[in-house]
Design a protein around this ligand. Structure first.
Ligand SMILES: [Zn+2]
Length: 80
């Protein structure tokens, strides 16, 4: 629950600006990005987390399972 609140707080601030800076906002809106864990389509409505993977930026959907897997892998740098 706490993680969801943090993510919503990020969204309320300037998530779209962050996504634009990362170059993935357009792709998210177009539905071209999939969850790195379960491979479902991720958009702004179900964006769970953002994390770097090599030179790429990957995202997960907002399912508790996917967020937990991403964060327990130690790639939760988007939490600040
Ligand atoms: Zn997922």
């Amino acid at each position: 629950m706490r993680k969801r609140v943090e993510i919503k707080a990020i969204y309320d601030q300037d998530l779209e600006q962050v996504l634009m800076n990362l170059g993935i906002l357009d792709k998210l809106i177009a539905g071209e990005i999939n969850c790195a864990v379960c491979d479902c389509s991720v958009g702004l409505d179900n964006l769970g987390s953002i994390f770097p993977s090599g030179n790429d930026i990957r995202v997960s959907c907002d399912s508790d399972k996917c967020i937990r897997i991403v964060t327990t892998k130690g790639v939760a740098s988007c939490n600040g």
